[in-house]
Design a protein around this ligand. Structure first.
Ligand code: SF4
Length: 399
């Protein structure tokens, strides 16, 4: 059993990133978490991710304070609680980034960019800020719920990527540099492949890292995609995890059963969730959530087309049939005995339990499934007592 020592380096990397957002030397682009970060970085933008801020608010348990503020403006408290927490925090002029990183406020955007490959909510979210900051907004409208990504889909998204260039040039005053874009995509791919290898170390028994750890360690691949910093971080993390694998050391002292977490984390209950599983010797070793930032289709020789492919192929953007097939593969590869579906009440996009998938998955694999109700940020939708009973009973069943 071990602690992941790279957490110290992670803290430094994330602190430097947030402090950098406040130094006002670079133009700032706000981007959705699976938006075209590499293209923006190739223009020299510092990239800020409102969803990451939403997760910070959830982790700090501030969402309960901010969601009603957004609701007063007409943003229903039943929609994405990242969005409502973030807008409520903005309206309240209050962010945990002040306390943790010394930022006066969220960094002012010069450009807003979204991709609807994950949901339409991000478009409404960025539109709010476009009105507030009176700055340009660009969007990629992705073809959704695909069985597979076809050439026509790639052509469609590629054209939308290219259409962003003139506005990026206007905002930065720089000409698009294809070589810089290729170089940025290359670094991003290298980081993403390292992240993939980090996650795959959990195929080993015992697993050296859990899903709950990964939700923290995924920070750089979300916010620093396309930078050497992210690449170096995952080199360090992978090296450490491989050392634990070689030593036969697991993140749990006595791993007895392996679980797949489907859906988003409950940010305000991460420690509780982790402790609940580990106290019953259940290792949560796989998820589609953390895998969402593996973009192994990036190819610097075809930067636009491969970006279009990589960003359209993400799990959340696929059809039910394709999602099910991907999950079956992960269940086999990670020797999973049970799948916990987190039904996040304010994000149906990231909740896959409402259309019979748990039942179909059980039929296809024989693996037990459980649905728990909760939310990414809004703890009104979460009952600790009920969840504990459900998960304890479930673990008993699969042990
Ligand atoms: S995928 Fe869900 S949590 Fe993420 S921005 Fe969209 S609605 Fe919000």
């Amino acid at each position: 059993m071990h602690k992941i020592e790279s957490a110290k380096l992670l803290k430094q990397v994330m602190t430097d990133y947030f402090i950098g957002l406040g130094n006002k030397e670079k133009k700032i682009a706000w981007c959705t978490s699976v938006g075209p970060a590499e293209l923006l970085r190739s223009f020299g933008f510092e990239v800020y991710f409102p969803e990451n801020h939403g997760a910070l608010l959830g982790t700090a348990r501030l969402s309960g304070e901010f969601i009603p503020v957004a609701a007063k403006l007409g943003y229903s408290s039943e929609i994405c609680s990242y969005l409502t927490s973030d807008i409520g925090s903005y309206l309240s002029k209050n962010t945990p980034m002040t306390k943790h990183y010394g930022l006066e406020s969220v960094p002012k955007p010069d450009l807003l960019v979204y991709n609807t490959n994950q949901c339409r909510e991000v478009q409404d979210w960025m539109m709010f800020y476009a009105n507030e900051f009176k700055c340009p907004i660009l969007g990629i409208q992705s073809p959704r719920y695909l069985d597979e990504v076809k050439t026509s889909d790639i052509d469609n998204v590629t054209a939308q990527f290219k259409a962003m260039i003139p506005t990026c040039e206007d905002v930065t005053g720089l000409k698009f540099d294809l070589d810089k874009f290729k170089a940025t995509l290359k670094i991003s791919k290298e980081a993403t492949l390292l992240w993939k290898q980090c996650l795959e170390t959990a195929r080993n028994v015992p697993a050296p890292i859990s899903f709950f750890d990964s939700t923290i360690h995924m920070g750089p691949i979300v916010v620093l995609r396309g930078t050497e910093v992210a690449k170096s971080y995952y080199e360090a993390l992978l090296s450490e995890l491989n050392t634990h694998v070689q030593a036969g050391s697991g993140i749990l002292e006595n791993e007895k059963v392996r679980v797949y977490w489907e859906g988003m984390p409950i940010w305000g209950k991460l420690r509780y969730s982790s402790d609940l599983f580990s106290s019953h010797n259940a290792a949560v070793v796989a998820s589609t959530y953390c895998n969402s930032w593996i973009f192994d289709d990036f190819d610097e020789d075809h930067p636009f087309e491969s970006s279009a492919l990589a960003y359209s192929t993400i799990f959340i953007n696929m059809s039910e049939a394709t999602k099910t097939n991907r999950m079956i593969k992960l269940i086999e590869e990670y020797q999973i005995k049970g799948v916990v579906f987190h039904e996040a009440k304010t994000c149906f996009n990231n909740s896959n339990s409402s259309f019979g998938m748990p039942q179909r998955l059980k039929e296809a694999t024989g693996v037990e499934t459980l649905v728990i109700e909760g939310d990414l940020c809004d703890l009104r939708f979460f009952s600790e007592a009920q969840t504990t009973t459900k998960i304890e009973t479930f673990i008993e069943q699969i042990l």
